[in-house]
Design a protein around this ligand. Sequence first.
Ligand code: CTP
Ligand code: MG
Length: 247
Amino acid sequence: LAAAVILVAAGSGQRLGYGMPKAAVPLGGEPILMHALRGIVASGIASQVCVALPAGDQGLRRLCDDFREELADGGPLLTLVDGGSTRADSVRAGIAGLMEGIEAVLVHDAARALTPESVFHRVSDALAAGADAVIPVLPVVDTIKTVSTTAGDSTAVAPEVVTGTARREELRAVQTPQGFTINTLLQAHQAAQAMDQEQAAAVTDDAMLVEVLGTPVYAVRGSTQSLKITTPLDLIFAEGLLEGPLG
Ligand code: CTP
Ligand code: MG
């Protein structure tokens, strides 16, 4: 399959709190975005990498242009687009930047900068084997409960009350890259554009848009190295991983 990766890197990194886009924050002395780009290229699965950058960010644009020079002949086409105000908008901007003939798309977070090649391969292999949608997942270590707020209840003794406990064996923590056939991804994001603001705000990954279509979403094994760098603590973990990967 002719495959592309859409790398969404247009977020502002509020929770990391560096006062710059997260993709530009240094990890092991290099911007997070560079690690993400190298991992994708090393996997060799993509004929195009389309990066959604913060609109107007010249520094990240230049970084990508320099990286393009480094790419060997036969390497992927590197395309840059302006991201949008939500992650889903950035994915849609990436879709608009895909070249003709792309059959499969892996949507990946730049924030999961240390994702191992093996995960790209597992996702891409499942697409090649006929899946329309595939996500990398890990078992959940915590017990997960649902709660409801007790605010406004004069008899309440705490801010929340537990409403249920999910069966942990059937829960999975979901990562990226998430892989889709091009038609499935297009349909999913078309459906998303018809959502109202509240529904749109609840969209946290691409696969949930596919689930709504009724298309089966398959799961392959993710990796602890694919952690999403979200908070300063995650950056410490990521720095640690650079010192020496986990087994
Ligand atoms: N992302 C994007 N466009 C947006 C929002 C997010 O491309 N408008 C990307 C981020 O760059 C990141 C991925 O989606 O690679 C996951 O988002 P998240 O971890 O939330 O990153 P930020 O939105 O940058 O962080 P924060 O929410 O703390 O501001
Ligand atoms: Mg965000």
